[in-house]
Ligand binder design. Structure first.
Ligand SMILES: CC(C)(COP(=O)(O)OP(=O)(O)OC[C@H]1O[C@@H](n2cnc3c(N)ncnc32)[C@H](O)[C@@H]1OP(=O)(O)O)[C@@H](O)C(=O)NCCC(=O)NCCS
Length: 279
């Protein structure tokens, strides 16, 4: 019987965790290269707790990592990767069971994650562990849209946007879109407002710009404010390729469809496990 074990990630140098993550995601559906700076941003932005994250061992060899984020009574499996040679031997299921037991032992009530819908091993693993699908998450791209709008955007502090998202956003937004995560973004990211519509974007001096948040205040929904805001954004920063990461709930994606953005092939499932009822 193979001997599997785990150890707290906090006991390992960041460079080693980053390297193990990169190897754990080798051959993934999207290329993943985790460097130390990338890992530091993930830790800060997503509330990853290295003391509760785990290095996964097969016999004496470190072969995987599970990064665990925590906020209040909720945990999120932020990443789990096992090196190719150790996959498909039951280690994923074993490690997931351990992570769930540990979360229950510290009093957590829910665990969240997002998994790429086409990732057969991942989806199987999480379903087996009892996770239920909450919704589809989609992403979009748009190359160099026309600069057609004459509306003027007002720049606002990212913290102000974070507060509005926490108040007006869906209560079960994916972790990375939540107001708490938005508050961790800093310049060169920028936030803008047009009337009651708001957005957060990555550094707009770059050729590729990510749309990290879009919000319309509850009272003004259904009036086309979000597409108007995004058109104004495209006009203010012309000749960019715009990316909506595949973390947006399907029910709000009409905004991107209306702008003729291309839906990305990679889609995700938002999943949730009730730790009070799990075995
Ligand atoms: C996803 C991952 C963590 C699963 O770990 P693992 O050790 O391979 O998982 P297990 O061996 O416990 O298998 C879990 C289930 O997936 C199935 N599975 C494993 N590899 C598979 C593959 N390549 N294709 C189809 N199913 C696969 C197993 O058969 C098992 O299902 P079963 O119990 O119904 O037979 C691992 O494959 C991995 O690191 N992949 C790359 C990174 C990744 O996708 N991470 C998850 C995204 S958040």
């Amino acid at each position: 019987m193979t001997n599997f074990s785990i150890a707290p990630a906090a006991e390992f140098p960041l460079a080693q965790i980053a390297d193990l993550l990169t190897r754990g995601f080798a051959g993934y559906l999207v290329p993943i290269q985790i460097t130390e700076p990338v890992l530091l941003t993930m830790l800060r932005r997503d509330s990853i707790d290295l003391a509760e994250s785990r290095i996964i061992y097969k016999e004496a060899e470190a072969v995987g990592v599970a990064l665990l984020a925590r906020r209040g009574w909720t945990s999120r499996l932020a990443a789990m990767g096992i090196v190719a040679t150790a996959r498909n031997g039951g280690l994923g299921v074993w490690a997931m069971r351990k992570l769930i037991q540990e979360a229950q032992a510290r009093g957590d009530q829910e665990m969240h994650l997002e998994v790429i819908a086409q990732n057969t091993a991942g989806v199987k693993l999480y379903q087996k562990a009892g996770f239920k699908k909450v919704r589809n998450l989609f992403g979009y791209t748009l190359e160099k849209p026309p600069a057609a709008s004459t509306e003027t955007l007002q720049e606002i502090d990212i913290r102000e946007l974070a507060r509005l998202v926490a108040y007006h956003g869906l209560k079960d937004l994916p972790w990375q879109l939540s107001g708490i995560t938005i508050a961790q973004h800093t310049p060169p990211a920028r936030a803008f407002r047009l009337n009651d519509a708001y957005c957060l974007i990555s550094d707009p001096t770059a050729e590729h710009v990510a749309i990290a948040s879009v919000l319309v205040k509850t009272r003004s929904r259904g009036a086309g404010l979000a597409p108007a805001l995004l058109r104004a954004l495209f006009a203010r920063f012309p000749n960019k390729t715009w990316h909506v990461p595949p973390i947006y709930p399907e029910e709000i994606c009409g905004v991107f469809e209306e702008l003729d953005m291309q839906r990305a092939e990679i889609a995700q499932w938002q999943m949730r496990l009730n730790l009070l009822q799990a075995d």
